[in-house]
Write a new protein. Structure first.
Length: 256
């Protein structure tokens, strides 16, 4: 039972491959003594997620597409059936159509807007609601956001709006869950080259600007985000809820 998360069980949603931020978080949680439960989105991901999970002793893997309530209900049932209570829930999920991550925001289509908001923001609400019965008192929820929620970033468009809804949801959920002793926070990560990030046009330029202008003059390492997630899910953060914690080498504080 050593480590900041010794004896705890964490559900990690959003590992697609070894570049996923969720995978960096899972590795850090495992290092700190947590037992991991992973979800995968669909059959195409199952093998990769099982292979990665297999490298962390004692982990299990379950299916879940967050846009389906039936999947979320089954996930909660499976966790209950395995006799697992959750001490941490990591929500590291977002999606928008590629055509909505470029051009002018004013051209966002109705269906694309609804899809991005559903998968990237409402899924946090839905997952939390379905998993409430298995979240132990003292549990912590963490989600991933980006500074594009409050500042206009090139080609981030509808995803920025979804992140604004996500961050606001964190505050409302914190108010709902607080009386149960459950905390919820977001980490606003600097840009990191992952499969999702590749969908954003001009992403390499964003990485360059970050390195040039952030106070620490470097790009964000997924391991830095993961360590912040460990902190937020550990007893060290027991007085913190409804917060957005920036892990971006200070980029968000800069003007021009
Ligand atoms: P990623 O592509 O590795 O992870 C995104 C995950 O979302 C994938 O595992 C995918 O399967 C999952 N997902 C999408 N739709 C889903 C659905 N319907 N059901 C279940 N899962 C679904 O990319 P990432 O960069 O690790 O993204 C993780 C989170 O971090 C996202 O919320 C993203 O917006 C956020 N984030 C990323 C960056 C960055 O620069 N990479 C910066 C800040 C925040």
């Amino acid at each position: 039972m050593t480590g900041l998360l010794g004896g705890k069980t964490a559900l990690v949603m959003g590992v697609a491959n070894r570049w996923s931020i969720a995978w960096a978080i899972a590795q850090a949680f495992s290092r700190e003594g947590a037992r991991l439960v992973f979800t995968f989105q669909g059959e195409r991901q199952e093998e990769d997620v099982r292979e990665l999970a297999g490298t962390l002793a004692g982990s299990s893997v379950l299916p879940c597409d967050v846009s389906r309530d039936a999947d979320l209900a089954r996930l909660a049932e499976s966790i209950q059936a395995e006799g697992l209570g959750l001490d941490a829930l990591v929500h590291s999920i977002a999606f928008a159509n590629r055509e909505d991550l470029g051009g002018a925001y004013v051209d966002t289509a109705r269906a694309g807007f609804a899809l991005a908001l559903e998968v990237s923001a409402f899924s946090l609400v839905a997952a939390t609601r379905h998993l409430l019965p298995v979240l132990r008192p003292g549990a912590a929820v963490v989600t991933l956001t980006y500074v594009g929620s409050s500042r206009v970033m090139p080609n981030y468009n509808v995803m920025g709006v979804a992140k604004a809804a996500l961050e606001s949801s964190v505050r409302y959920l914190a108010s709902d869950l607080g009386p149960r002793g459950i905390r919820i926070n977001a980490i606003s990560a600097g840009p990191i080259k992952t499969a999702s990030a590749r969908a954003i046009q001009g992403f390499s330029r964003i990485l360059d600007v970050m390195k040039e202008r952030s106070p620490l003059r470097r790009n964000t390492d997924p391991a830095e985000v993961a360590d912040a997630a460990v902190f937020l899910c550990s007893p060290l953060a027991r007085g913190i809820t409804g917060e957005v914690l920036f892990v971006d080498n200070g980029f968000h504080i800069m003007g021009i």
